[in-house]
Design a protein around this ligand. Structure first.
Ligand SMILES: Cc1cc2nc3c(=O)[nH]c(=O)nc-3n(C[C@H](O)[C@H](O)[C@H](O)COP(=O)(O)OP(=O)(O)OC[C@H]3O[C@@H](n4cnc5c(N)ncnc54)[C@H](O)[C@@H]3O)c2cc1C
Length: 412
């Protein structure tokens, strides 16, 4: 009997397990993949996420792996070019871009060091219930079947979460899918070690992200409207080449480089919040909240979930408050904290023309270093969105999510 079983050993599950074990709890962490394996995901960790790594004592290890520290963001929005340095978070003044096989390995090693029992290549097949209370998991590893029990089972098992499915956790916000995104790594296109660039071409409905990462490579990530997913997937090379034409600066950097990997990506980039707690269970990371990677928010969200849920479970399982209350408080807190950036993400992912308000504000932002820093900080999460955007615009973002949700309900 464990205090907590966590299914999924990556950005949500590994730090949650580590924090619980550091507080003296017995934790079983399982994952069907091998520890230290890669996963389909780029890896821009915003300073809001890096501040968690620093607090947990793991940022130095990430830096020691040769991970670039990104201080400057270049934000090219049609003809407006903003370059600036956003405010830091809790003394962390940069974003970091560790490849996932490095990041996830550091996270699971830290969990094991804290006393977590890690079983990789362990697949969970079903949950064990006592009435409506989740009391354990059943799974297999190396040809053998296992049943394990815990006071709480946490699904950190990604957007198609088995735990969410088993408990029937509904998507109470489902704002649909708006982009498809594909990326590759290049050698020889680096211009700076400490800068990342974003490009929006609103006429062509394209979004581009590029940043330096470990081992001398640079990552290039292109987004298309989801309507083009079939065409893009039919010939990824051609789609990449065609799309780069709309951003000559990026096109020439890529032309001077060698592509070192195949082009990876997906058209399955939904935007939803799921109910993330119930009797004996909780969800963290993409299992609870999935959003388009256009704002590179997923890893940071998973860290935030781990942080909040760990505090609540330490209180709940330690007798400081009823466990059910602790789980409900976790769910409410994460929603309140993460919803505004979710709305902004969905807005950007729709790849629609710039709102009039943004078009009007951009020229003055461009000429003002403090306003540029704040605008970039809003994207990175180090400046509250309502410090940069008027409430009428934030209402618009929220309404767009609401309308997308209603539209999907209507179709369903
Ligand atoms: C193309 C793409 C690009 C992205 N780029 C960025 C970015 O630049 N920055 C950023 O912050 N975010 C990015 N994201 C989002 C980020 O990848 C996710 O938000 C993050 O991985 C969520 O972590 P997680 O731990 O919740 O889930 P995951 O990383 O999905 O891990 C879930 C784990 O659960 C395991 N699992 C699932 N089912 C079972 C089972 N039944 N039994 C045992 N184990 C199971 C899986 O093997 C997996 O290891 C991107 C996503 C995509 C798709």
């Amino acid at each position: 009997m464990y205090d907590v079983i966590v299914v999924g050993a990556r950005c949500g599950g590994a730090p949650l397990s580590m924090l619980l074990a550091r507080a003296g709890m017995s934790v079983l962490l399982v994952d069907r993949t091998q520890q230290g394996s890669d996963i389909m995901s780029t890896h821009y960790v915003k300073r809001t996420g890096a501040a968690h790594l620093a607090k947990w004592g793991l940022l130095d290890e990430i830096v020691a792996l040769g991970t670039p520290a990104i201080r400057q963001l270049n934000f090219h929005i049609d003809d407006v070019h903003l370059s600036g340095v956003a405010p830091g978070v809790d003394g962390v003044e940069a974003d970091y871009t560790p490849r996932r096989f490095y990041l996830d390995r550091v996270l699971t090693e830290a969990a094991v060091l804290a006393g977590v029992e890690l079983r990789d290549r362990f697949t969970v097949n079903e949950l064990v219930f006592d009435g409506d209370q989740v009391v354990g998991i059943k799974g297999h590893h190396g040809g053998q079947e296992y049943e394990e029990r815990a006071r709480v089972v946490v699904g950190a098992d990604g957007p198609r979460s088995l735990v969410a499915e088993a408990v029937g956790a509904e998507k109470y916000i489902d704002a649909g899918t708006h982009t498809c995104g594909h990326y590759a790594y290049f050698n020889g296109m680096r211009d700076r070690n400490d800068a990342a660039s974003l490009f929006i071409n609103s006429k062509e409905r394209r979004f581009y992200i590029t940043f330096p990462t470990n081992d001398g490579l640079d990552m290039v990530f292109l987004f298309w409207p989801t309507e083009l997913a079939k065409t893009v997937r039919a010939d990824l090379d051609a789609a990449f080449t065609e799309s780069l034409k709309f951003v000559p600066e990026l096109q020439s950097r890529v032309a001077s480089a060698t592509r070192e990997t195949r082009i990876s990506g997906t058209h399955m980039l939904p935007n939803f919040f799921r109910r993330a707690h119930g009797p004996g269970w909780a969800l963290v990371g993409d299992a609870a909240l999935h959003r388009d990677p256009i704002t590179a928010q997923g890893i940071t969200n998973a860290f935030t979930h781990a942080d909040i849920l760990a505090s609540e479970l330490i209180a709940g399982l330690g007798g400081g408050k009823p466990v059910d209350q602790a789980l409900a408080d976790y769910d409410r807190t994460q929603f309140e904290r993460l919803k505004p950036m979710f709305d902004y993400t969905v807005h950007l992912a729709r790849l629609q023309p710039l709102p009039q308000i943004v078009e009007t504000m951009l020229p003055s932002v461009q000429g003002d270093p403090a306003a540029t820093s704040a605008f970039i900080g809003a994207f990175l999460g180090s400046v509250p969105l309502d410090a940069v955007f008027p409430s009428v615009l934030l209402d618009q973002f929220e309404n767009e999510v609401h309308e997308a949700h209603e539209e999907r309900r209507h179709v369903a």
